[in-house]
Design a protein around this ligand. Structure first.
Ligand SMILES: [Zn+2]
Length: 379
């Protein structure tokens, strides 16, 4: 593992989608297959999930026509059916209802209620008061199904009518997940599950919201897409600004809990810190209970102001060292495949990203960060 392929997407939404689809046709098809295999392995009715995804085509056309046009472009460029491209873009929204149906069917035979696999992750943000160079850093390790590592790329959006963006995405997904725009607005995302997830209704998908965050020129407009309407399921979204602001949004279907940095440092993993909702994911992945806390302690150890300069001491090297932490391996901050699990369940850190919001610059490593050097990508 090592570098990310970097691809410029410009022109109309459809043209951007076609470029994306043509460049990554094999990877888009591979992602569809990976998710179908993984979810059917868990007992989910993937055909029902696909039918549910089909309902989102019209919904996204209506609510976010540019996003829909870019999805259509990906389908056109890759030759993968639009409904399958859509399924990738709404995978969080369709897995939960499918999961609930499966769980209800199995309820008489299972003792403990299983939970759907969601993206693991450990994210962080550091304010200028805690950094050696006075910049604002944020980013994360993105932990997820191991085969997906081969389909990740950095998309560089060059648009006349919206901000330029540099963001990592999975082949086939329009939104972008982790990245920064020209106005110094950054985003990082972690999976969360609450007991209320999985409404039957259609709501704006998270990946559409992530693109809207990256389209914002102002910080309040970057927070708005996560907050303004209810959601089908939960997710954790960290939104930062180059001028020294970070807010973590723990979003459940009908509630968002904001978390602010403490001592200039903020970390988050895959469980809710608020008691206002039932946090579920730790049942399936207990490592979430120590990953964020360890990263916070590792960073805080470097955050204290220097006697001479008065600045904090966190720099990109200390962040990278924290992201390579192996306590609890393989379920560590730098996460590795658990060889005792069947291959279809293999997960790992697929991407490690440190974003210098001030310089609109991403230090990135594709795959577990202990396995290679970070490469630099500037917007
Ligand atoms: Zn490692």
């Amino acid at each position: 593992m090592a570098e990310f392929e970097r691809v410029v997407l410009s022109g109309t939404p459809r043209e951007r989608g076609i470029e994306h689809g043509e460049r990554f046709a094999d990877e888009v098809a591979a992602n569809v297959e990976t998710y179908r295999e993984r979810f059917s392995h868990e007992g989910v009715d993937v055909d029902a999930m696909r039918e549910h995804a089909a309902e989102y085509v019209e919904y996204i056309e209506r609510e976010s026509p540019e996003y829909a046009a870019e999805m259509r472009g990906i389908a056109e460029g890759s030759g993968v059916p639009l409904v399958d491209v859509t399924m990738l873009n709404v995978r969080w929204e369709v897995i939960y209802p499918a999961w609930k149906a499966q769980t209800e069917k199995a309820n008489e035979t299972v003792v403990t209620e299983p939970e759907p696999p969601i993206d693991g992750c450990t994210s962080f943000g550091v304010l200028p008061s805690a950094t050696a160079d006075g910049t604002t850093y944020m980013g994360q390790n993105w932990d997820w199904l191991a085969p997906i590592v081969d389909t990740l790329f950095l998309m560089e959006l060059r648009r006349e009518d919206a901000p330029d963006v540099l963001a990592m995405t999975e082949a086939g997904i329009v939104g972008g997940k982790i990245g920064v725009n020209e106005h110094g607005i950054g985003i990082a995302v972690n999976g969360l599950i609450s007991g209320d997830d999985g409404s039957e209704g259609l709501r704006k998908p998270y990946h559409v919201r992530f693109r809207e965050v990256l389209d914002a020129e102002r910080y309040d407009d970057a927070l708005r897409p996560i907050l303004e309407t209810d959601r089908v399921c939960s997710a954790n979204v960290l939104v930062g600004h180059a001028d020294g602001e970070l807010i973590d949004l723990e979003a459940a279907p009908e509630l968002v809990n904001p978390i602010h940095p403490d001592g200039g440092v903020l970390t988050h993993s895959n469980h809710f810190e608020t008691d206002a909702v039932e946090s579920v994911n730790e049942r399936r992945g207990p490592s979430t209970l120590y990953r964020a806390e360890r990263l916070r302690r590792l960073l805080a150890a470097d955050a204290a102001p220097d006697d001479d300069s008065g600045d904090g001491g966190i720099d990109s090297e200390s962040i990278r060292a924290g992201l390579r932490d192996h306590f609890g391996r393989p379920s560590s901050i730098c996460s590795h495949v658990d060889e005792s699990l069947p291959a279809v369940e293999h997960g790992q850190t697929n991407a490690s990203l440190v974003i210098d919001l001030g310089d609109r610059r991403i230090l990135g490593q594709r795959g577990p960060p202990c396995e290679g050097a970070y490469h630099e990508y500037a917007l």
